[in-house]
Design a protein around this ligand. Structure first.
Ligand SMILES: [Fe+2]
Length: 323
């Protein structure tokens, strides 16, 4: 069918938009639009918003993806699973088609959202004087590194969304069929069992590079068989943003979930925090970039749950509190 080009935003529902906005600002996002019933937050990149919250009982509503063209929305609208094309009333406008995935979680595919002016300088990582050959010819000459502490993380874009589902394989077939997502790593429950408890998926951009995973389908075994939200990950500009963000969120007494570490699948440096409603939000940077030629990897659950360095995965990660 079609091939989406990236994830756009998660849609969460919580009782207090003020409380949510406060957390998201401390996390590094900026208010784009706030009404009595909706809150839209943006990053430093071109997107009008990259996080959406609706006021109401705590709940995960769904995930939004960017389509490549209006034609792709029209194509989806002709399938049984998707709605007709509707106008978006959110910041930047545009159009949307909607569906429910196999777990009844909402999926929006959007096109035509206007972009905002942004300062490219905000998104440029400072030259890093890494060790090894090359250090002596670094572009950072006679110039001390100052990061502007204390400050929240500088967020570029939504990195990936992760959801807990009944059967990751069934969900993968649905997302592959309708949105063209392809597998990057499959997490197997025991060697050669053929049972996959998580599927890290990326967009198929042909020979263009894309994030190792834009979407993660994980078994809802960790959340008492309840399907819904696992976490949302935001890409920060550089590694200092991981640590600066950590200090700010710790100082403000938010609940830390897991990190700082470097993932195995996708290789990102990561740090996970709980919002006041228990929804897990991740800062990440330095993830792998794949084109569509890389074959899916199969990794054992013991490797996938772990990291290359950093603390062990928490027993609460992916639990029903954050659903
Ligand atoms: Fe993640």
């Amino acid at each position: 069918m079609i091939k989406v080009i990236d994830v756009a935003y998660p849609i969460l529902q919580v009782p207090s938009l003020n409380k949510q906005e406060k957390f998201l600002k401390d996390f590094g996002l900026v208010t784009s639009k706030k009404t009595n019933n909706e809150l839209y937050m943006q990053g430093l990149g071109p997107h009008k918003f990259i996080h959406k919250t609706i006021k109401g009982k705590k709940k995960f509503i769904g995930s939004a993806f960017y389509a490549k063209s209006m034609n792709d929305l029209n194509k989806l609208s002709k399938t049984e699973d998707f709605s007709e094309v509707k106008k978006l009333k959110s910041p930047g406008g545009g159009f949307v088609v909607e569906a429910l995935d196999p777990d009844g979680l909402k999926v929006e595919v959007i096109f035509g959202m206007k972009t905002k002016k942004f300062n490219k300088k905000d998104l440029v990582a400072e030259p890093f004087n890494s060790g090894g050959i090359g250090k002596e010819t670094s572009p950072r000459k006679n110039q001390p590194r100052r990061v502007g502490k204390p400050r929240s993380s500088k967020i570029k874009k939504l990195g990936h969304l992760a959801i807990n589902v009944n059967d990751p394989t069934v969900s993968f077939d649905w997302y592959n069929k309708h949105l063209g997502l392809i597998p990057s790593d499959k997490v197997e429950l025991g060697k050669d069992s053929g049972i996959y408890v998580a599927l890290f998926c990326r967009c198929d951009l042909g020979n263009k590079l894309t994030d190792h995973h834009s979407f993660l389908l994980q078994s809802n075994l960790s959340s008492d068989l309840k399907s819904g939200f696992n976490h949302c990950a935001y890409e920060v500009v550089e590694v200092d943003d991981i640590f600066l963000g950590h200090e700010v969120l710790k100082e403000k007494s938010y609940r830390h979930e897991w990190g700082i570490g470097r993932h195995f699948a996708g290789s990102q440096i990561f740090d996970y925090w709980r919002s006041p409603y228990g929804h897990v939000h991740e800062h990440q940077t330095d993830g792998d970039l794949f084109d569509n030629k890389v074959k899916p990897g199969v990794i054992d659950i013991s490797e996938a749950a772990g990291m290359q360095w950093g603390p062990d995965i928490t027993s609460t990660f992916g639990n029903s509190e954050g659903i």
